[in-house]
Design a protein around this ligand. Structure first.
Ligand code: SF4
Length: 328
């Protein structure tokens, strides 16, 4: 019954707020969660911001509204906290594209061939893959980390080939690129983007670096979600933005900068491009995980090594880090 839906959601939201207080929980939500979840969250952000914010939370429980690798990251950086993920099935196509056994075999082959390399891994990866890595990057710190890898090493970049290729362009570092991609950013339609640009010649196109090159080359600005927020925030007068990333990002942009118009760049197979993994989290599941204290992220043996790589990469930025135009 559509007419009663808002009331039902209001009731669930009220239950969540009550349970949150009772158990002592902080709700973290990624910008790709739907608007009602972002609205309810204590902290919203991209992967880097949420990973860093998770270390400052003083409540005993963290409810992570995002996908599994993000909740695992929060647990690894906060071993003493109870970290809950509303739906344990919330995965990621990038994680799936880098099976740890396959990566370990590939690294071994490179070593046998005398290649001297460091493995730079996108945070969208399993804990086992993180444990096989030298560095972990997000789209927010990737350029800075790539510049920290000493010149005498080749870089094996895992698993997102589009982000890796983009980083090659901006840093000038040649990389060995793993063949992985995000199912959401992979399918933007260049034809539809060009059609939209023709209809709205005044519009500014902003695109996430997980998009393929043929989309990025038509963008006026390339950056991760935090960088998009900073970029859009520079425009005071009403503008139109064509947005090439997961469409829930537009909820965040709309709530911060309501003077602008945001239009999604359509996908080739549908007009929405919503991430099906992020969509598994719902208000009802958030309420249930607070009530039941599960699903909980349980410490795994591979977390021991992965947490050190994460902490070195995400929590210890060099004091001399350059101010970069791309990020988050
Ligand atoms: S949007 Fe892409 S990278 Fe992000 S969680 Fe979904 S599948 Fe993974």
């Amino acid at each position: 019954m559509p007419a009663t839906l808002p009331n039902v959601l209001d009731d669930v939201a009220a239950e969540i707020l009550e349970l949150k207080k009772k158990v002592g929980a902080t709700i973290l939500a990624h910008y790709y969660q739907n608007g009602e979840i972002q609205e309810l969250a204590d902290i919203t952000g991209d992967s880097l911001k949420l990973a860093r914010e998770a270390t400052k939370v003083d409540s005993p429980v963290i409810v992570f509204c995002g996908v599994l690798f993000m909740a695992e990251t929060a647990k690894m950086l906060n071993p003493a906290k109870k970290v809950l993920l509303p739906d344990l099935q919330a995965g990621c196509s990038l994680v799936d594209s880098a099976p740890p056994d396959k990566l370990a075999r590939y690294q071994e082959m490179l070593r046998e061939n005398g290649r001297k390399f460091q493995t730079v891994t996108y945070i969208n990866s399993s804990a086992k893959v993180k444990a096989l890595s030298d560095w972990i990057v997000t789209s927010g710190n990737a350029e800075e980390i790539v510049r920290r890898v000493p010149d005498e090493y080749e870089i094996l970049f895992v698993p997102d080939k589009h982000l890796g290729r983009y980083l090659q362009d901006v840093t000038g570092r040649k990389m060995i690129l793993w063949d992985g991609s995000c199912m959401v950013h992979e399918i933007f339609s260049v034809q539809d983007l060009l059609k939209l640009k023709k209809q709205r010649p005044e519009a500014v196109t902003i695109a996430h670096p997980e998009c393929p090159q043929n989309v990025l080359e038509h963008a006026d600005y390339v950056g991760g979600t935090e960088a998009m927020i900073r970029h859009v925030g520079q425009f005071a007068e009403p503008m139109t933005f064509l947005v090439a990333t997961e469409p829930n990002m537009m909820w965040q942009l709309q709530s911060r900068f309501p003077q602008h118009t945001y239009l999604p760049v359509p996908g080739v197979t549908c007009s929405c491009n919503n991430c099906p993994h992020m969509a598994l989290n719902t208000l009802e599941k958030i309420r249930d995980c607070l009530r039941d204290g599960q699903p909980e992220i349980v410490w795994q043996p591979e977390f021991d090594r992965a947490k050190d790589v994460l902490a070195k990469s995400l929590l210890n930025p060099p004091t001399t880090a350059p101010v970069l135009p791309v990020g988050d």
